[in-house]
Design a protein around this ligand. Sequence first.
Ligand code: SF4
Ligand code: SF4
Ligand code: SF4
Length: 383
Amino acid sequence: MASNYERIAKKMGSPWSEEMEKILKTLYTSEEAEILLVFNGAYMDRFTAQKIAKKLKRSVDEIRPLLKEMSRTQRLFSATKNDVTTYSMFPLIPGLFELYFANHKRALAEEEDVVKLFAEEYEKYYDQGYVVNSMSSSYPFMRVFVDQEVINDTVSREKGTLLRVNEEVDVIKNKILPFEQVKTLVEKSHRVSVMDCACRTHMKIHNDGVPVNDYPVNVCMNFNTFADYCIEQGFGRELTKEEALKTLTGAAEAGLVHTTQNITEKTSFICNCDRDCCIMLRGIRQFDNPGMVATSNFLPEYTKENCIFCLKCTEICPMEVIELVDEESEDQRISINTDRCIGCGVCAYNCPEEALSMVKRYDRIPVENMMEAMMKTIEGRKN
Ligand code: SF4
Ligand code: SF4
Ligand code: SF4
């Protein structure tokens, strides 16, 4: 018979393995494991302390402090609305991994052995392909989106006007739709916060405290209920809408890729991801598995006449799909392998001469909300 921890892994949607057993046994006591088992699955239910106590046939006075502590240490999600606090179970990703490592200062101060073990066992788990295999789907849970600044907004594929990141644009079918607009995603939210990126933090902890690259770390953004949780727990810093847009611009300048949930309605987070540490981008490169993140509707377009052959684009492309071809001949040009391009626009954003711009190539429209996305993602998983 499956142990409580194996049952928890199943509810989290994570394949069972020696590493997963070590992670769960280290993060959850047997009493906490019993609490998790009252949930049907990750993010599936929101229970009050009273309801959890009733399900466990225990008193609420006994259960409430345990729940509060699990929430404070990012082992359980909590949300308070109209003075009523509810709790939900996290999946490993996105949830437990991101929020636990985002609050690394607390974890390192209070339970250094635990955070180090989590980092080490997670890395082994990831390297064996468990995360990528279990998360990749024909309908990925996350999608890439482009800064409006580099979008050549012409359906006719003729040269258009470059748009600033926070500029209003007409919403016309086949043009830039609201879910593709950074400003709209930010403005639709009632609250925004920023926290440290879990993937880069995890790699740093795993690498004995030495960062594996120089990308900015405090750029992982949360919205609405998630922002409330991160701010209340002390590791999320509240941002104004202007600061949120500035954070996105800084991330694009640094060569980070904007990703968010593959939905059209209010988003819970915008990630700014790097090529080395990000569970998704690294997954595509390390396992040649594109099913971790949906590409944007845009592809780069190259104008040779503007190009000064500085090779900034070849260096900065997170997928390493840009190269200089026919070097030292008249035909010298930049070539882009669009088969593995994720449509992030980082190349165009950082091209100094506007020799690259992003042109709309697809009209894919995501489902509306997170529940629909979760269902489609699960249906589309191979395993
Ligand atoms: S790399 Fe991307 S997915 Fe991972 S935590 Fe950082 S911002 Fe989020
Ligand atoms: S960054 Fe722009 S100018 Fe530089 S090589 Fe690439 S396309 Fe040409
Ligand atoms: S070529 Fe590279 S940088 Fe440019 S959009 Fe594609 S993946 Fe992004």
